[in-house]
Design a binder for this molecule. Sequence first.
Ligand SMILES: [Zn+2]
Length: 495
Amino acid sequence: MHRRLIAPGALAAASLMLAIPASAASFSPGAPGIGDPYYPAYGNGGYDVSHYDLRLQYQPSTDELAGTATILARTTQDLSSFDLDFLLDVSEVRVNGVKASFASSGQHELVVTPKTPLAKGTAVTVVVRYSGVPSSKSAYGFNAWHRTPDGAVAADEPEAAWWWFPSNDHPLDKATYDVSVAVPDGTQVISNGLLQSTSSRLGWTRYNWRENKPQATYLATLAVGKFDITTSTSEGGVPIVNAYSKDLGDNDGAARASVERTGELVDWLSGYFGPYPFASAGGYVPNTTTGYALETQTRVYYSPRQFANGANTSVVVHELAHQWYGDSVSLKGWKDIWINEGFARYAQWLWSEHEGEGTAQELADYVYASHPADDAFWTVEPGDPGPDNQFDIAVYDRGALAVQALRNAVGDDTFFAILKGWPREHAYGNASVADFEAYAEQVSGKSLGSLFDAWLFQPSKPAAAAVKAAAVKAAAVAPVQPKSWKKIEATNDVR
Ligand SMILES: [Zn+2]
């Protein structure tokens, strides 16, 4: 009876479909990007990774890295082929045990074509054998593999994985990790999570690290070199693992005086953000010449330059705040960078408040008054800064100003409930600026659209009067520099 309603053309098409196996018609290549408007080629479509098992060997003297990545994933569409993001030289790829064909494409794509197409919802094990000299590979003229006098470091944002393991390189696809790397005896390997074991054989020592909570690819880190590793447990019960290059020279004391406070600062931040989300915390300071710090999950990367002027607890607070705001709760797209940086910078303001070196309000007033209305600072919209301004200082300072504006609009009790509730609401997941706005409105029961619009989405200086409850003092007030300002300013190149 229903057939009569179908147009003749559609009937013909339906008959044709029957002639071809229905399955074959629907298989198509996975997209070469996951769909991030800032970085269209980053990540990939068609599958979701649950675990990376990396078994590698690295020779510091030649910068040769070789090994096998075993990737556990599940297809999210009928796939004829799929991409991995990777730069090193691949010798073999197997999909569910069967050799697959593969080819390089674009700047950093490895296109894998399995012998038989993969139906949607299939569990897939991809084994990639590879080798190469990471420092010799670049994409977009960029190389995130930083060699040191005694090893190398992979830590960068938004891309770092391409130089050491094949991946679906976007925060939307988080996974757990086993990172096992053999290095010459006397050399150490630092990575995320906890060291499970080490073993020695024929002049090589193998380090087996495990991160058992979902982790974004850019937060996976690897450092090889001669390190002094310290372990302890915070008063709140968080295992702490820190590592210092034995080659930090004059910066050694200040680095340790800062990073050894990780346990105390994790416990302090837990008071604002809720229980620490991971099985360990810590940081490492390699002997690199790159200047920044990065919130690599559980094991923060610090450049020795962060400690060139003495101890710097502000940078430690910033990167540890990211463990909640950025690592456990990851952004959905790179345009959502404010939910990482606005809050990590605000944590530095809270630390200043705690240390009696200026309240968050005083810091907000200072930032607001220091930048006149025609300052380019105000043209950057922290809520959607564009890829070129993703790490602009305005994302941090104007971003933290937006957080203070929220605090003033909803009051301290509600504000701190939001600050603590958000990491619980989206633990180990992904969220956007819009999700944060919705959450803040839900918790506060207030309409906050105009507030967020003024502070995050306008290319101009918000008028203090335009925001309910004066978020800042009148612009006519001369800026008073809080005591902590220079310390916070010294962290302006952190991520
Ligand atoms: Zn940051």
